[in-house]
Design a protein around this ligand. Structure first.
Ligand SMILES: Nc1nc2c(ncn2[C@@H]2O[C@H](COP(=O)(O)OP(=O)(O)OP(=O)(O)O)[C@@H](O)[C@H]2O)c(=O)[nH]1
Ligand SMILES: [Mg+2]
Ligand SMILES: [Zn+2]
Length: 278
């Protein structure tokens, strides 16, 4: 029978199989080779085989990710470079990204500022976990869905609000900032019905390593908003770094591409280039 790994705890796995959740162990398989999100073959209550994966994330460890909901909020101070890294990462891994602006109850102007940067780049949904607007996120949970974003943007709060119960642990913001610790540590999939699952995860902080598989000269091809204007560039291999004869730089100047996106592209490209040298 085929099952799905919902949770991993030492050498025990919680497997969803035939509509039930069962705790199983694995036979003749290394536990390090089985991940939350893996689809597995089970025999007599034991995992015997891991089926082929669509993708695998290392940090957080999660397999077969279909959708990534990238959460951003006005507090903690947003890291737009991290968002852009995550967006590139999604394209590399074949994951559909969604940008979720949380804590919209705190600042309306922040919501419109973020929309200005990312409109036309990614689907955007604005919510607050404090009211019913959080439900607007439900339709974006498609397949195995990971929540990503800086610590304290409200990922665990989103899971609890969507499921209507206190499942995931929410961190105390002030304590968290003081200690600089993440509240959520383990990865677990929560069932949303109709083969849709949401993962509460910590991590994505060491993402840069996983981005190193791309060449700095290819980075531009992972920016859907740049691709729209790249045909205007004089040179086919244009890296969009100088304003001369560059369609992308012109689109930035004309306000069609966000300056934040463009400046962070240059930083990310330089990061990739630097690390690759060693
Ligand atoms: N004002 C406001 N506060 C929120 C909202 N959502 C979450 N918070 C608060 O933000 C803080 C952090 O929430 P968490 O859900 O623990 O954040 P997290 O992203 O899971 O953090 P890590 O697990 O550390 O990655 C808590 O104090 C929440 O009460 C919201 O929509 N509005
Ligand atoms: Mg959390
Ligand atoms: Zn160009």
């Amino acid at each position: 029978m085929k099952g799905l790994i919902l949770k991993k705890n030492a050498d025990k796995f919680t497997v969803e199989i035939g509509g039930q959740s069962l705790v199983m162990s694995a036979r003749n398989l290394k536990k390090e080779g089985i991940f939350v999100g893996d689809r597995v073959e089970c025999e007599n209550g034991v995992i015997v085989k891991v089926l082929e994966r669509k993708n695998l994330l290392i940090r957080p460890p999660l397999a077969n990710v279909d959708t990534m909901i990238i959460v951003v909020a006005c507090l903690p101070k947003p890291d737009f470079l991290l968002i852009d890294k995550l967006l590139v990462f999604c394209v590399v891994k074949g994951i559909k990204p969604v940008l979720c602006i949380n804590k919209s109850d705190l600042s309306e102007s922040f919501v419109s500022d973020v929309k200005k940067i990312y409109e036309g780049v990614v689907d955007i949904v604005s919510i607050s976990t404090l009211d019913e607007s959080v439900m607007n996120l439900k339709k974006f949970v498609k397949g195995i869905t990971a929540l990503a974003g800086q610590s304290a943007v409200g990922k665990s709060s989103i899971i609890n609000a969507l499921l209507g119960k206190e499942i995931a642990t929410i961190g105390d913001f002030s304590k968290k900032v003081m200690r600089g610790k993440q509240t959520t540590r383990l990865v677990e999939l929560y069932d949303f019905g109709k083969n849709n699952y949401l993962a509460d995860t910590a991590g994505f902080s060491k993402l840069s390593e996983e981005l190193l598989i791309i060449n700095e000269n290819e980075l531009k091809d992972y920016y859907p908003d740049f691709i729209k204007y790249a045909h205007i560039c004089k040179y086919k291999s244009c890296q969009h770094l100088s304003a001369l004869d560059c369609g992308v730089a012109k689109a930035v100047k004309d306000g069609k591409i966000s300056e934040v996106r463009y400046e962070n592209y240059k930083i990310l490209r330089e990061n990739i280039k630097q690390v690759k040298r060693f």
